[in-house]
Design a protein around this ligand. Structure first.
Ligand code: MF3
Ligand code: CO
Ligand code: CO
Length: 282
């Protein structure tokens, strides 16, 4: 479904950020809306006793029934329609037969491909009633996402997004995961630029890391998807090659929107049509 002159690897290699047309905005609106509707559909199904593989089945069926395909299936060998990351899993949790437990917090991340466009979004869900600290982490992470989104406008920089997120997370006593970032999105699932969720941090060994001061321009599409940890930001990858957990096993939360830079600010492509933006959803 790609145009003939379209080289899907080019921009990640060159780091050049694509500028999209009004028709491209239409494409992302449709894909983003379906992605958000998929997450809406899942909300009443998330409860203790339910296996995450069941939620994944529901997500796959929803996409296929609505003329989309899950872009994650076959992506670098991944085989599922969603990533489901529970408690201390930061991201890329693999759906399984394991049942959710009372008080679990989980992220569900879906990316339907609709007419060649990727709608990439994720939200947190509660199984039953999580502890106060877990709820506060989830609430703060949602606020981090929306503060990042609010920083998007022509002339602002990628660093402004990262600073807005980091400032809020750290003010609440939480930490920003640095090993995974948002990304350009559109016809390509993971495109330039990298969208890091910090402004600046100092590593004891590798020194100071500063988010790039790349200027935002109308027509840029990317995701913002902060992962915020209750404890330290350090990540460990499990032997399955996908599941990323917090090294100190502390709780982790994430929300993700796909957005476009407009002439005056930002358009969120993956807003929930039902207003189910954050838990509790009941
Ligand atoms: N949807 C994820 C993201 O936000 C990517 C998942 S890739 C997979 O970028 F292969 F793990 F599914
Ligand atoms: Co995603
Ligand atoms: Co993403």
């Amino acid at each position: 479904m790609q145009e003939a002159d379209f080289d899907e690897t080019l921009d990640m290699r060159t780091g050049k950020i694509r500028i999209h047309t009004p028709e491209d905005f239409e494409g992302m609106r449709k894909a983003g809306r379906l992605a958000a509707e998929c997450l809406d559909m899942l909300a009443p199904h998330v409860k203790p006793g339910v296996a995450t593989a069941h939620l994944d089945d529901l997500a796959r069926e929803f996409m296929l029934d609505n003329g989309a395909v899950p872009a994650t299936v076959g992506y670098r060998g991944y085989r599922h329609a969603s990533c489901i990351s529970i408690n201390h899993v930061i991201c890329h949790g693999i759906p399984s037969d394991k049942a959710l437990k009372e008080g679990d917090i989980l992220n569900i991340d879906v990316t339907p491909l609709v007419d060649g466009w990727h709608g990439d979004t994720s939200r947190m869900y509660f199984a039953g009633e999580p502890k106060v600290k877990a709820r506060r982490l989830v609430e703060t992470t949602y606020e981090c996402l929306m503060l990042g989104v609010a920083a998007v406008k022509p002339g602002a920089t990628l660093r402004d997004i990262g600073f807005a997120i980091q400032r809020h997370a750290e003010a609440q006593g939480f930490s920003v995961v640095r090993d995974f970032c948002g990304h350009g999105v559109g016809r390509v699932f993971h495109d330039a630029p990298n969208v890091v969720h910090y402004g600046e941090y100092r590593d004891r060994i590798t020194g100071v890391h500063r988010a790039p001061d790349t200027r935002l321009e109308p027509g840029m599409f990317f995701t913002i998807e902060p992962m915020i940890n209750e404890g330290k930001p350090d990540v460990k990858l499990l032997k399955d090659g996908w599941t990323a957990v917090s090294r100190d096993k502390s709780l982790s939360a994430q929300f993700e929107h796909s957005v476009g830079v407009t002439e005056t600010g930002v358009e969120i492509f993956t807003q929930s049509p039902k207003g189910l933006n954050k838990p509790p959803y009941a």
